[in-house]
Write a protein that binds this ligand. Structure first.
Ligand SMILES: [Zn+2]
Length: 143
């Protein structure tokens, strides 16, 4: 496939690859996906920090749990586990979004990290933080 670069008038946004059969990215779509990524990254990072703080306070509370009703201890352990996995999950998504943003700014956004093929416009518009094409993502999930 030809990767002919058009002389975009004044636009300094990178050209993003598309999957076979897809329309080329429009300047608006590129700007939009970049804006969504930047916004998500900021929000997710804030959420991750918040979850971390929440977790820290739950951990502190846990220390003076002596003398409590065992049922209360059980439920606060459950709550702590929930917070723990939420915090880990949020941090992971935040990291992934920041990675996608870095790739965008480095000019290799939209290329599958695993097979090097275009991730595809439709997939990126639906999941701007995707760094794997659908085929690679599905293969990874099956492992
Ligand atoms: Zn791939």
């Amino acid at each position: 496939m030809a990767t002919k670069k058009e002389s975009a008038d004044g636009a300094n946004l990178p050209l993003l690859p598309v999957a076979e059969g897809e329309e080329p990215w429009s300047t608006e779509e590129i700007a939009e996906v970049r804006a969504v990524l930047a916004e998500d990254a900021a929000q997710l990072r804030a959420a991750a920090l918040e979850a971390q703080a929440e977790l820290a306070s739950l951990m502190t509370e846990g220390v003076d749990g002596a003398g409590k009703d065992p049922a209360d201890v059980g439920s606060s352990n459950f709550e702590r586990d929930q917070e723990l996995s939420l915090a880990a999950n949020t941090r992971e998504v935040a990291d992934q979004t920041e990675l996608a943003l870095q790739r965008f700014d480095a000019g290799n956004y939209g290329i599958c990290e695993s097979c090097g093929k275009p991730i595809g416009k439709a997939r990126l518009l639906a999941f701007p933080r995707a760094t794997l094409c659908l085929a690679c993502k599905q293969r990874e999930e099956r492992r």
